[in-house]
Design a protein around this ligand. Sequence first.
Ligand SMILES: Nc1ncnc2c1ncn2[C@@H]1O[C@H](COP(=O)(O)OP(=O)(O)OP(=O)(O)O)[C@@H](O)[C@H]1O
Length: 507
Amino acid sequence: MSLLEVAGLTKSFGARRVLRDVSFSLGEGEIVGLVGANGAGKSTLGDVLAGITAADSGAMTLLGHPYAPLSAEDARHLGVGVVEQLVRIDPGLTVAQAVFRGTTQAGRPQSDLRRQAQVLLAEVSLDVDPDTLVGDLPHFVHGVVEIARVLAEDTRLVVLDEVSAALLPVEVDGLHAVAGRLSRQGRGVLYISHRLPEMLAVVDRVLVLRDGRIALDSPADALDPVQLAAETVGEQVPLPTRRVTPQPAPADEAAVLPPRRVASDEVALQVRNLRVPGAVEGVDLLLHRGEVIGLTGHRSSGVGELVGALSGELPAITDELLLHGEPRSLGSAAGDELLRLPAYRPDEDAYGVDPGETIARTLTQEQWGALTDVRKEIATLRAVIRTVHQMDVKTLSIRTMFGALSGGDQHKIALARWMASSAQDVLVLHEPTRGLDVRARQQVRRMLDDATAHGTSVVVVSVDPDELAECCDRVGIVSGGRVARWIDTTQLAADAVRDRIVEAATA
Ligand SMILES: Nc1ncnc2c1ncn2[C@@H]1O[C@H](COP(=O)(O)OP(=O)(O)OP(=O)(O)O)[C@@H](O)[C@H]1O
């Protein structure tokens, strides 16, 4: 039976028409994937379903009854809940309080909530004590707590908005198990994601949102990730290829291409026997000039602490630490300058950007009051427009507020701003392509290639095997506080690298 019917939904934000005549249906027990380029309107559609945003026109029915929620609370009472990717739960709440917050049960004694929370936590296969404080949970678990909250009411339809984006492959498997259980209970799931290979493994059907319309409604087993990527952006996208070490440009191209250097034998960063007490047992790293290495591992593998030590967030000990041949310390060796590699994180408080600031100001390094030369100002604005075009940001104006952009478009602008302002040539990037569509992923790769061709060396830290396969020259699998294995990505096709990373990380 049809659970949800959507007919002719439209939604605009000012002059930006986001949804145009969107119609589809979703059956009981069906898991439907929703994909589209960044800014295509996926979250907007999810928000309309979940009562967070009102459509301008169109109609919906839920289990045959007219459905027009007035608020998120109203939608939950009527049976539709949404789980967003970057959900932030008050760290002072217990898990039981978090599960029931915003519901009719909120405010009841912990002893009452505990028992009921246990049932819901079992439904989402989350093995934590309901008395645990949310602040003591790893951040990725918040999304699963949020799914339990959605189930605290008689939810018929669950919208998962990029919940898998920050998950390790094994955690994605856990999320898929939860989705499968919801489906067997007859609930519907709308699964929004940019991680296409994984998404295709769990959904029954896929909807592609393009130019505000449903451009494709297809059974999942009739699609492969490459076809789906092409449908998403409306054109063939080359298969993700392994990274090729940038070569110097031929003389006649030198005028149009930036000067490129070969990733040299020159060592940018050398680390011997790095230890973080209780987490990292002795790691050696060698990063060449112009090289991109990846690091990945389970939450308790020590990878977080290893990278935290490199960026100066955690004290650590090394036998030797050289940055461009110069000794550095990690807070223990007196006298040597501290190593603090700059680190970009996509989920850090709105990327450290003021959401009320315009795109133009966000991408401008100078203080605007200081722009007194009109030619300089024109050049600055041209550079802003070039970045917005290159990164394919969906906006009608560079005066749009950063906070009004889609999640993926915010990430692109924030990363471009961060890369441009970074004064150092050895960088750490956490998940540089998280939440980005296939074309944007390529643009980020181009940005990386450009930076490495100019001698920058990068450590990419990621949970996403496709991202590691596409961006890195070598990938280190961290396990038990050591780099258990290095995978050389330059020897293999991207999907073979992906398989090896998943296999090694799961072993
Ligand atoms: N509150 C708002 N005010 C103005 N514009 C908005 C608002 N919310 C969304 N938009 C615009 O609507 C468009 C669609 O955004 P939406 O977040 O739905 O895209 P998306 O498909 O989920 O993208 P992504 O994959 O990047 O998350 C974007 O161009 C965005 O700028």
